[in-house]
Design a protein around this ligand. Structure first.
Ligand code: MN
Length: 253
């Protein structure tokens, strides 16, 4: 079946219980049986790993399972986010496995769909990547890498402060903050004619059926297990794998 499934913000390095890994494995069986493309819209894990020089064996196992999807006829499109931004620009394109940055556009039936992780619209990150790029050009790779690590540690600290306090790191309410992605989606729709604009990054799932907008957010796999699915007619549905998907019978291809 010509279906495209999109997930984002997996943060597999934050999966502390084995049940999430098992649920993800079950989800991948669903993908193999029902889709011909899986788009991973950023933040699969913190890369490169800060604690230690190597990925954990658990992380490697999950990534290894993802890399088998092409054998089952599923194309994998990977768009790095801010946590795995170190991978951007990597000339990695094999048959049915592609790394693209910062956006991916595809056609679902009559619908033109735009997919981007969305960290460029976060006031916390706005402009920072350009500064880091400039630093990299001026000083060479190492200082750039130190700057990236420093910035990641800083944002982690700010995100922790956000969880503990009532307002977020930029001192505005979530609805005001999320309006930035909605506004960007509206612009991409009206100026560039995309029928749907799909972002991740905020960890707040949004399905188009819950609003009038063209904006979809692919949620996350930390607090949710969000699955966004486009069928060959361009119909989109979103569901939570742990809440609903596990009970779904997987129809044959
Ligand atoms: Mn992100």
């Amino acid at each position: 079946m010509a279906r495209t499934i999109i997930i984002s913000d997996l943060h597999i390095d934050k999966w502390h219980d084995r049940s999430r890994e098992e649920a993800f494995s079950h989800f991948l069986s669903y993908v193999k049986a029902n889709a011909n493309r899986l788009i991973i819209n950023g933040d699969i894990l913190d890369f490169p790993p800060i604690d230690g020089e190597e990925l954990s064996s658990r992380d490697k196992r999950i990534l290894g399972e993802l890399l088998t999807l092409p054998i089952f006829g599923v194309e994998v499109v990977y768009i790095p986010g801010n946590h795995d931004i170190a991978l951007r620009g990597l000339p990695f394109s094999l048959q049915r496995i592609r790394l693209v940055y910062p956006r991916f556009v595809f056609q679902a039936g009559p619908k033109k769909v735009y997919v981007e992780h969305g960290h460029y619209y976060d006031p916390l990150f706005n402009g920072m990547y350009d500064i880091l790029d400039g630093l990299k050009k001026m000083t060479g790779y190492d200082l750039g890498k130190i700057a990236v690590d420093w910035w990641k540690a800083t944002t982690r600290f700010l995100q922790r402060a956000k969880r503990e306090g009532k307002t977020n790191e930029v001192g505005v309410s979530d609805s005001v903050l999320f309006a930035r992605w909605e506004a960007q989606a509206e612009q991409l729709h009206s100026k560039d004619g995309y029928d749907y604009v799909v972002f991740g990054h905020t960890h707040h799932p949004q399905s188009p059926s819950s609003s009038e907008s063209y904006y979809i957010n692919t949620g996350d796999w930390v607090d949710h297990s969000t699955v966004t699915e486009f069928d060959e007619q361009g119909c989109v549905r979103q569901f939570d794998w742990l809440a609903e998907g596990m009970r779904q019978a997987a129809p044959a291809r």
